[in-house]
Write a protein that binds this ligand. Structure first.
Ligand SMILES: Cc1ncc(COP(=O)(O)O)c(C=O)c1O
Length: 394
């Protein structure tokens, strides 16, 4: 009986992907339970504490009784604060009524795709890219159309290649800058050319900008700020990366009018709302002191140099300097093993957890994703181990 029931799962489940960071983390934890020392470079979250004033705002909200259901679109206080934040940072005019709040940025990815795609519709998305894009596209029965990001272009796509992929069947174009897993940042000329192209199409745009505060040299450029784009762009941002709030589960987006009601219906059908005390903490994050973001960025800048320099010293590894986020994406194609094998053997034999580029699509299969959201001391030790691991291959 139990066996018969076990086989009665939805056939469509095969279309639902996953995020391998979580399975690598699980394996690393298993090794740690067996007494092994593992250095974690696999997880995409800042290794900083949530700022104290944000935690205090949450405690105060709980004490004041903000512990019940609240509107599915989000609390007015957070929608208002997020509208001002998005408007000021991107030089656009976002009204409170256009902002929705969800349990992280992730639900916006999933539900936007479900809200706009019918089976057979095409969605263009970055490859390598955050694995949830392809998973959600496939789950919706839509056709994933990968847009290559090129290492030699510092992981920015070629606008000609985007043009070649746009068609009347394109329902949605997903952009991500700064980018996971490469750290690439789309420059403002590419944003201009992309918006000019997309304006000629009928495609929606989902601009995933959750890492926008973590950018090292360039000015940040959002496609939502280009003429005519805001009304077709889901401008996605959140608290996770900027304020070290990954576990709080709170994201927000400026949403074009026709998508507001469909997205709220998805929220009503799934999670009902984001806990109100979390949202009030979010207001404190967006409107309070921003020093923690600066401190975190400066620390990431130091680690970026450390990681990139040391990786490039290892024969057979080459690594571009990422312009944003906290990931390096070194290429290991000159080594006598695949990047997949490298990642799994490095964890098992040397106790360093990182991700194979194949977890992010076809194009990155010769690369590794190294998250430098770990201390300089831990990064140094990890790089010693990686150096020894590669030496032993020779
Ligand atoms: C590109 C990208 N978008 C969205 C998310 C999801 O963030 P959140 O924690 O807000 O759901 C992540 C998290 O790793 C990410 O890398």
């Amino acid at each position: 009986m139990a066996e018969a029931i076990a086989s009665r799962l939805a056939v469509g489940l095969g279309r639902l992907g996953t995020e391998s960071a979580f399975s690598v983390l699980a394996r690393a934890r298993e090794l740690e339970r067996d007494g092994r020392d593992v250095i974690h470079l696999e997880i995409g979250e800042p290794d900083f504490e949530t700022p104290a004033h944000v935690c205090e705002a949450a405690f105060a909200a709980i004490r004041a009784g903000h512990t019940h259901y609240c509107p599915s679109a989000g609390l007015d206080e957070l929608r208002e604060a997020a509208a001002a934040y998005l408007s000021n940072s991107r030089g656009i005019d976002v009204q409170r009524g256009s902002v929705l709040v969800a349990n992280g940025a992730k639900p916006f990815l999933f539900f936007t795709i479900l809200a706009v795609c019918d089976p057979g519709d095409e969605v263009i998305y970055p490859d390598p890219g955050f694995p949830i894009y392809e998973s959600a596209i496939s789950w919706a029965g839509a056709v994933p159309v990968p847009l290559p990001l090129h290492e030699e272009r510092d992981f920015v796509f070629d606008v000609g290649e985007l043009e070649a992929r746009l068609s009347p069947r394109t329902k949605l174009v997903i952009l991500n800058s700064p980018q996971n897993p490469t750290g690439g940042v789309i420059d403002s000329t590419t944003i201009d050319e992309t918006s000019a192209l997309i304006r000629e199409s009928d495609a929606w745009v989902l601009s995933d900008e959750v890492y926008w505060r973590l950018i090292y040299e360039d000015e940040f450029s959002s496609i939502a700020s280009r003429p005519g784009m805001l009304e077709r762009t889901i401008l996605l941002d959140g608290l996770s990366k900027t304020y070290a709030m990954t576990g709080w589960r709170c994201g927000f987006a400026a949403v074009p009018q026709p998508l507001i009601d469909p997205l709220v219906r998805f929220f009503v059908n799934s999670t009902s709302c984001v806990p109100p005390f979390v949202q009030l903490a979010g207001v404190a994050a967006l409107t309070g002191p921003q020093g923690s973001v600066e401190t975190m960025l400066e620390e990431f800048r130091i680690r970026r140099r450390l990681v990139v320099e040391r990786l490039n010293e290892i024969p057979g590894i080459r690594c571009r300097r990422p312009a944003g986020a906290f990931y390096a994406f070194p290429n290991v194609s000159a080594l006598p093993l695949s990047a997949d094998e490298f990642a799994s053997r490095l964890l098992e034999e040397s106790g360093v957890a990182l991700l194979a580029g194949s977890a992010f699509g076809q194009i990155g299969r010769d690369n590794l994703r190294v998250s430098y959201a770990n201390s300089q001391a831990a990064l140094d030790r990890a790089l010693d181990r990686i150096t020894d691991f590669v030496d032993a291959l020779a």
